[in-house]
Design a protein around this ligand. Structure first.
Ligand SMILES: Nc1ncnc2c1ncn2[C@@H]1O[C@H](COP(=O)(O)OP(=O)(O)OP(=O)(O)O)[C@@H](O)[C@H]1O
Length: 615
């Protein structure tokens, strides 16, 4: 796995405003849990108001105690004020107790599920070609990691707006009323907040840019060591140390990056705390001076003294926890919005016109960052009801051409018309409606046999047995103890299938999907030649009347096709039926003869077989 440069997409990242994130997150919360969210806002407002009340009541309490001592006020009034203060404190504490429950509830999976849903539906809309780009996988990983950050921003951000901000405004008015100079110190308290807001997101965003690819690398190396898909090969090839060293190296790099970020963050926090504490000492000095000069009463002194303490605690909390986390979460959350704003494949809705087949006109295609075209000036018409086999050496462009023909990729030159739709300007959903494909790297879903096959439509259960039979999946009690409900994964107490059996399941899945165009891109390499021939003959039967494409390295399988397309270096070099191409004595005949000779003269076959190719 190549190491990626730190610079990567950093340069061309566009900023996402905090306002946009707040509006987006608030909509999600209102949509998924309106009542709990309203409760959260109401309790925050009550909490903010109660803090203001406590300041006013404290002033009255101290003034009336002083008056009661000098006989100007009744003691009963003092007790009444104490009782009021007690009630307000109790309300405030009750809300504090309730808040974690509300937060826990609001943090629950409803908003998380919604945001995950949004990521996945976005993934469905972005150009599949983007997924070939490693940077896009980093963006997806970062977007998923940003969900918690958005939840945090909305919950604690709304706390700031409904609780802290009204309280600070109240205190501002109150202090200004007592002595306008007190406001200067209050302003000094907020400077660190503003400073932090600018610096923190930069630190975390920079860290994320560097860490995301390393994290992906790290998990790849880890899987290469322990994953069932990899470990046999890594052990038998003696590659354990290679991957283990790479794993440790990436872990170290990840640790170094994290340390760098934490150092920067901690240094910033230290500076901010020093500025805040200086402000705290300053206001205390001003208060005492004002009291001695008779500018404020003892009650006002006590109220401000206690409130300033609370104000500083709230501000410190705001700076160190809320704003601290909020601003770094803002850095993370930007990734989510940025991902949602990634260009989509787009296009118009269209309905496939059955009977039109597929036509490619002067099609060229170059992968992003590739030097050469993988498909070059290809023109091909596949009629409805026709079966076409595509053959050619490794890297000839067969898979790329198939992806272009079914609209998975848009051509970079020329155009492809699939069932009457121009693949360059029709939505992916419309294009794939009625297309089914089984590819070389098919998936082995750790689910039941039924789910593995019915993945495209869970409602046509009765057809499972038919497609299994067509694809050669033999549902006997030895291989599938629970029949079609057998779990296909040993990790989940199910069974393990052989490579060939998995391929048959993948083919059954492709056949199950209702289709008008069907593609088999070399999905039979692990199936023995006799069984493969059986499957292909069935396939021809099933695909009668449909547009069918087979990509294969086994020249014998091409006999079932109406026409064979021979590719070389991205171009079509020959087209015709098997017999026509044999008569032509060109590249196809050469490839066919070479494979035939291998089979006719077994002694030529190298030990271990010939990569499974067979006539
Ligand atoms: N994601 C990619 N990015 C860049 N180049 C690619 C990518 N995928 C394939 N290619 C290149 O495009 C060319 C055609 O590849 P393609 O997979 O279409 O060939 P193929 O004939 O199907 O090969 P095979 O028989 O080995 O499956 C090759 O040179 C390959 O290296």
């Amino acid at each position: 796995m190549p190491r990626k440069s730190k610079k990567k997409t950093q340069d061309n990242k566009q900023k996402v405003s905090i306002f946009k994130i707040i509006v987006y997150g608030t909509k999600i919360f209102i949509k998924t849990m309106p009542v709990v969210f309203a409760l959260h806002l109401v309790t925050s407002i009550i909490s903010g108001l109660s803090l203001g009340f406590i300041t006013l009541i404290t002033q009255h309490l101290f003034d009336s105690v002083a008056d009661a001592i000098s006989g100007k006020e009744s003691v009963t009034k003092v007790y009444l004020i104490v009782a009021t203060l007690g009630i307000v404190y109790m309300v405030n504490e009750a809300i504090k107790g309730l808040k974690p429950i509300i937060h826990h509830y609001t943090f629950n999976y409803k908003s998380q599920i919604e945001m995950n849903k949004i990521i996945h539906s976005k993934l469905n809309r972005i150009d599949p070609l983007f997924l070939e780009n490693a940077d896009v996988h980093d963006e997806i990983e970062k977007a998923k990691g940003a969900i918690g950050a958005i939840q945090f921003i909305i919950i604690f951000g709304s706390d700031i707006l409904t609780l802290n901000l009204p309280y600070f405004m109240f205190m501002g008015i109150y202090l200004n009323h007592l002595k306008p100079q007190f406001l200067l110190v209050l302003a000094l308290v907020f400077i660190p907040v503003l400073l932090g807001q600018f610096v923190r997101p930069r630190i975390t965003s920079k860290y994320e840019d560097t860490a995301a690819p390393i994290r992906r690398e790290n998990s790849f190396y880890f899987n290469a060591i322990v994953d069932r898909e990899y470990y046999k090969e890594t052990r038998t090839l003696g590659a354990f140390s290679f991957f283990f060293n790479r794993f440790l190296d990436s872990l170290k790099r990840l640790g170094t990056e994290e340390l760098k970020m934490n150092k920067r963050k901690n240094f910033l926090e230290l500076i901010l705390s020093l500025v805040s504490t200086t402000g705290y000492v300053g206001i205390l000095c001003m208060l005492i001076t004002a009291l001695f000069q008779g500018e404020i009463t003892v009650g006002a002194f006590a109220a401000v003294f206690f409130s300033i303490d609370r104000l500083f605690q709230e501000t410190q909390g705001l700076v160190n926890f809320y704003i601290g986390n909020l601003t770094s979460d803002f850095g993370y959350a930007q990734n989510y919005i940025r991902f949602l704003e990634m260009p989509e494949r787009g296009g118009i809705d269209a309905t496939p016109i059955i009977g039109k087949g597929i036509s490619a006109e002067n099609v060229g295609f170059i992968y992003p960052n590739a030097a050469n075209k993988s498909v070059d000036n290809v023109s091909l018409k596949i009629e409805q009801g026709e079966t076409v086999a595509i053959v050619g050496a490794n890297g000839a462009g067969k898979t790329t051409l198939v992806r272009l023909l079914i609209g998975l990729y848009k051509p970079t030159e020329g155009k492809v018309i699939l069932s009457g739709m121009d693949t360059a300007n029709v939505k992916a959903e419309s294009l794939f409606d009625g297309v089914s494909g089984v590819f070389q790297r098919f998936q082995r879903y750790q689910m039941t046999l039924r789910e593995n096959i019915q993945i495209s439509d869970l409602d046509r259960g009765s057809e499972i047995n038919t497609v299994c039979q067509q694809a050669g999946v033999n549902i006997d009690s030895a291989s599938f103890p629970q029949g079609i409900d057998t779990m296909l994964s040993r990790e989940f107490n199910g069974v393990d299938l052989s490579g060939g059996e998995w391929q048959r399941v993948a083919i059954a899945r492709g056949l199950y999907r209702i289709n008008n165009v069907i593609v088999l891109d070399e999905p039979t390499a692990a199936i023995d030649p006799l069984e493969e021939s059986h499957i292909y003959h069935k396939f021809v039967e099933i695909s009668k009347g449909k547009t069918a494409i087979i990509v294969t390295h086994r020249m014998g399988s091409t006999k079932i096709a109406d026409r064979v397309v021979v590719m070389d270096k991205g171009k079509i070099v020959e087209i015709g039926s098997h017999d026509e191409l044999i008569r032509k004595q060109g590249l196809y005949a050469e490839m066919y003869d070479t494979q035939s000779e291998w089979y006719e003269n077994e002694s030529d076959i190298p030990q271990g077989g010939i990569r499974g190719d067979a006539i």
